[in-house]
Design a protein around this ligand. Structure first.
Ligand code: SF4
Length: 451
């Protein structure tokens, strides 16, 4: 999922549209945009599909004003469907507003119960709707204090953008699990899940929203409030490892540079006797370059990605899904044939993809395939909105390194350590590594009991 917002720009919907294109890798199931015009009228449109499919140009012409927010959504079995595509729009006597969020609250059921006891009737499975109801549950305080009170009740990893007719609020959870950055666009402001979207709209990076901070963007410029004195930096390691684009910076650390550094350290932690290093596109490429630099083994493009496979073509049947790796990736026979390879990938979740890629490389003539993974062994599920499977489905939750190696039919298998993952940020960020080491930064509520 991703969020994007603009304040003080002409044609905000067009800017958001481009911003969402830059964030499309974070979610392809749905997209939405909400803006207010000068008369306080809200324009709101959302749909299932890619941003380019959801917003035809004739629709874009209807949006007005100088501020707005947008979002892309990824497919999730529990929270799918148009109802959950954000921004959500709310009517209220104190003023209409819209919210888009990413991440996941670990105490969502408790908050939903609390609100239902107060009389709320919830219509979606989104944390954005919970936040809207918490903000409006009583009207006794001014808006910023109601927002601060609402956020104090929320536990988990989240980033929200909230749109009113004259202001945008940008919020990051008090652990800073999900990234959120602020940029300058002419005389206006931009806020985005990832800095790569700034380039696309011509904005300059200003700073990241701090953990536990509410940033207000309006005619007074940029203002900051803290909703929690508790503050910890625990950025999701998977943002660096897999989710974010390599041209994004998170808390000042470039994602490509991070992956490359992990690859260098991985070559020391898990060396291999091989002829060439091959990266798995896309998120394994930077780490493969680092591995090659450190080891002195030449980097070669032994796998190429077919970028033009339509999602509908890959997804309609189980048979086609099984075929998806072969459809998405091709091994380059002239490069891999007869060679001993180091195959570098970002992570292993279930292991099914790794097995298919190893088979693909062997079928193209690779003599040996030594798999090196630029993250630690994934053993635990994520409760903060990153779509990882249950413990039982994870390849490494109960298996040893040797057993995992056998499952993916590799000649050898090696992982980056948690220490490597931490050190590669160069001190820019402290990381949440909970899906690797089980050390969750927040309380887990019901999730903890399930474990
Ligand atoms: S548990 Fe893993 S995927 Fe979830 S926020 Fe932490 S590092 Fe990211």
């Amino acid at each position: 999922m991703s969020v994007f917002g603009v304040y003080g720009v002409s044609n905000p919907a067009q800017v958001i549209y481009f911003g969402l294109h830059g964030l499309q890798h974070r979610g392809q199931e749905g997209a939405g945009i909400a803006t207010f015009d000068q008369d306080g009228k809200c324009y709101h449109h959302r749909g299932i599909g890619l941003a380019g499919e959801v917003f035809p140009q004739e629709r874009m012409a209807q949006f007005g004003g100088n501020l707005g927010i947008g979002s892309t959504q990824y497919a999730n079995a529990e929270k799918g469907g148009l109802d959950n595509v954000q921004p959500l729009f709310f009517h209220h006597k104190s003023g209409d507003f819209a919210i888009a969020g990413e991440g996941n609250l670990v105490n969502a059921p408790q908050i939903a119960n609390y609100l239902e006891d107060l009389g709320s009737i919830l219509q979606t499975d989104t944390d954005a709707e919970l936040l809207a109801n918490l903000i409006k549950k009583d009207g006794t305080e001014d808006r910023i204090h109601r927002l601060m009170d609402a956020l104090t009740m929320m536990e988990g990893g989240f980033a929200f953008v909230i749109l009113t007719k004259n202001r945008i609020y940008a919020v990051r959870d008090k652990y800073g699990i999900h990234p959120l950055a602020i940029g300058r666009l002419s005389d206006g402001w931009v806020v985005s899940s990832e800095t790569c979207a700034f380039e696309l709209v011509g904005a300059d990076y200003v700073r990241d929203v701090e953990p536990g901070e509410i940033v207000s963007l309006d005619s007074h410029g940029i203002r900051s409030n803290r909703y929690s004195q508790f503050q910890k930096h625990k950025v999701c390691a998977m943002e660096y490892i897999y989710i974010a684009r390599p041209d994004s910076n998170i808390d000042g650390c470039n994602v490509h540079k991070y992956r490359e550094e992990v690859g260098r350290r991985l070559a020391i932690e898990a060396p291999a006797d091989a002829d060439i290093v091959v990266g798995v596109p896309d998120s394994g490429l930077s780490a493969a370059m680092g591995y090659a630099q450190q080891s002195g083994i030449p980097y070669e493009m032994g796998l190429v990605k077919n970028r033009y496979i339509a999602r509908t073509f890959i997804q309609p049947s189980q048979v086609m899904r099984e075929k998806s790796v072969q459809l998405k990736l091709s091994a380059v026979r002239s490069i891999v044939e007869g060679k001993r390879l180091v195959m570098v990938d970002d992570s292993i979740v279930r292991g099914t993809t790794s097995l298919k890629i190893v088979k693909l490389l062997r079928a193209a003539g690779a003599k040996e395939v030594h798999v090196r993974i630029a993250s630690p062994m994934m053993k635990y599920p994520c409760y903060y909105g990153v779509d990882t499977p249950t413990t039982e489905e994870l390849l490494c939750s109960t298996r040893t390194l040797e057993e995992a190696c056998k499952m993916i039919e590799a000649d050898s298998l090696g992982y980056a350590s948690c220490e490597n993952s931490r050190a590669a940020t160069g001190g820019c960020s402290e990381l949440c590594l909970a899906c690797f080491n089980g050390e969750y930064p927040t309380a887990l509520y019901e999730h903890g009991k399930d474990e």
